[in-house]
Design a protein around this ligand. Sequence first.
Ligand code: EPZ
Length: 417
Amino acid sequence: MDKLKITGGARLKGQVRISGAKNSALPAMAACLLTADELFLQNLPMVNDIRTTRRLLHELGAEVEFEGSSSARLKAANIGSHEAPYDLVKTMRASVLVLGPLLARTGRARVSLPGGCAIGARPIDLHIKGFEKLGATVITEYGYVEATAKRLKGANIVFEKITVTGTENLMMAAVLAEGQTTLVNAALEPEVTDLAELLNKMGAKIKGAGTSTITIEGVSVLKGASHSIIPDRIETGTFLAAGAMTDSELELTACNPGHLTGIIEKLREAGANIEAGSDTLRVQGGGALRSADVATREYPGFATDMQAQYMALMTQANGISVITENIFENRFMHASELMRMGANIRIDGSRAVVAGKSRLTGAAVIASDLRASASLVLAALVAEGVTTVDRIYHLDRGYERIEEKLRAVGAQIERLK
Ligand code: EPZ
């Protein structure tokens, strides 16, 4: 397995171009199953989850051709299979996003249950309840969810809990349903709005995306479309934290500051010097960081996908900070690895108490999930000496060429094959 070798202490200087959002690109690719026509997607991040989605779509009979460094042509003229197999779903739980489009387009879908992951149990019961509300028969057995319906019928769906992929899956099912569907307590994430924009370009009738009530008027057929994926707000937040922690001058380009106001505000509260442009962000490190408590919330609150990176930042802040994780029940796996590097962290259920500023020293550490691996890279950038980060296949799932981007602005980082 590849590892990263990082020598800490370098000041970073220069520009980093932010890639497209993984969590917007995945549902957008799944949306190709809703039409026989071609989708042309641009600003795709070439990360492993995108490659896994291509393999999954191929399995289902779709053609997916990557073009240039960040585009793809996708066409599901015929759906050859209705099954998303365990071998693929176990590597990427977002595979569940083919369930809605397959069911809506063909009346049948069989998807392996994703099972739990490092950060939590992550059930899909709310997805299933939604499909049943739309009139589907759903059977869960032998590790698979099998959903069937002659034609889905619009319904009023109230989510007991806000779910991002649940909102996306039901939105993609409802666009071809008979009649009107209302999604209440829907997720507000920019990735949901981006998907609705794509679907409306394909001829769907969606209103209210980005609010907690989304209304969908079903249509009988959808057409092809071209769409450019929004920038990745979590990658943006990760580089802002890198700049703030390492006394650096970074300019992030091709990003959307408006999508991470909660993150920027919190980093400023902690002492980071951040200037926002229309599609750029400048972070100037060097000022003493100070502790600031944070609690993860659904959008527009502080993103749980930035919690691990924020913890790494708080190890370099003066004072005691309390980090409360409200979204996932087991998302502090990175804390023990940060402690191996010298951080002072105490975990108490869904709260982590971080005492700073700590002197971090290089160590061999192991990544447990995507964002945990990013927090270890950040800690390694400020640690004295050499850190090796193992199991970076987690990182490769969601960060495009992160070590190249960091090296280009002065980090001492290399991939050990
Ligand atoms: C999306 O996951 C993101 N993934 C996650 O990003 C992100 O952490 C999460 O939203 C929250 O923002 C993608 O978009 C591909 P949820 P998702 O359904 O949709 C519970 C990353 O690092 N729940 O909004 O799976 C669930 O267990 C990844 O890029 C149910 O109980 O998250 C969790 O506690 C990690 N039943 C909460 O709701 C359900 O049916 C929110 O989960 C669905 C969810």
